[in-house]
Design a protein around this ligand. Structure first.
Ligand SMILES: [Zn+2]
Length: 241
């Protein structure tokens, strides 16, 4: 499991490491579910540096080259495969298009060049997965809002400025629509304070439920990829499920 996040501004109320916290929670939840099925799962530390051009103008954001992410992921996958760990699952919580594209490129490159390695990347921006998440997530008004705020409240409440969060006005501007209309920054997308959605509505209970869903998505993606492309030497596909 490779969690991937970012160091990125998340409004005046959530920590810069929000996406790292969410990615690690997703990876842990997915790993727990796969372990319960009998898989031997290894959790890597998160990849914390990422391209983050949408938030780059906000203090605290660390925006690194997309190519660096692609090459790092490819290197991680190849290193693991060389030691017999043939499946790497990416638990990604940073949905800046530059980052998602960098991860997709790594997946494509490995598929084209590495017969012994599989990268599983359930891309939450795809409709198939987004449908299982909250209406705020699907609307695209989902940066430092109710969805992300809920998960951080569940995972690291000590890092949330709850008094500030409670007073934030809704910002229903959709990042998905802004991206479609060629916007490239949070400010241009209608988020002058680097948040979108409904942060004041976040709850820890909802965060715990979302983490379970994220874990289930990861679990299913791994099982599906292994069933379709890989067979363990000692067990048939029915046993691996
Ligand atoms: Zn985020």
């Amino acid at each position: 499991m490779l969690p991937t996040g970012a160091i990125e501004a998340h409004g005046p109320h959530l920590p810069l490491g929000t996406d790292v916290i969410i990615a690690e929670a997703m990876a842990r939840a997915g790993a727990d579910r796969l372990a319960a099925r009998g898989f031997h799962v290894l959790l890597l530390p998160a990849l914390t540096m990422a391209p983050a051009p949408f938030a780059a103008a906000f203090a605290g954001t660390v925006d690194t080259p997309a190519a660096a992410t692609t090459l790092t992921v490819i290197g991680v996958v190849r290193s693991l495969a060389a030691h017999g760990i043939s499946v790497t699952a990416i638990a990604n919580a940073h949905h800046d298009p530059a980052h998602v594209e960098a991860l997709r490129r790594a997946v494509t490159d490995v598929a084209a060049s590495d017969a012994n390695a599989i990268v599983v990347f359930p891309d939450l921006t795809r409709r198939r997965f987004a449908e299982r998440l909250s209406s705020e997530f699907r609307s695209g008004a989902c940066h430092a809002g109710r969805y992300e705020g809920s998960i951080v409240l569940a995972e690291r409440p000590d890092l949330v400025r709850t008094d500030v969060m409670a007073g934030l006005a809704p910002n229903p501007q959709s990042l998905v629509e802004a991206i479609r209309s060629q916007q490239t920054t949070f400010v241009a997308a209608g988020g002058p304070e680097a948040y979108f959605g409904f942060p004041a509505e976040a709850t820890a209970d909802e965060g715990r439920a979302i983490v379970e869903t994220l874990g289930a998505i990861l679990e299913e993606a791994v099982v599906e990829a292994m069933a379709s492309t890989w067979r363990p030497a000692s067990a048939g596909p029915s046993e691996t499920r």
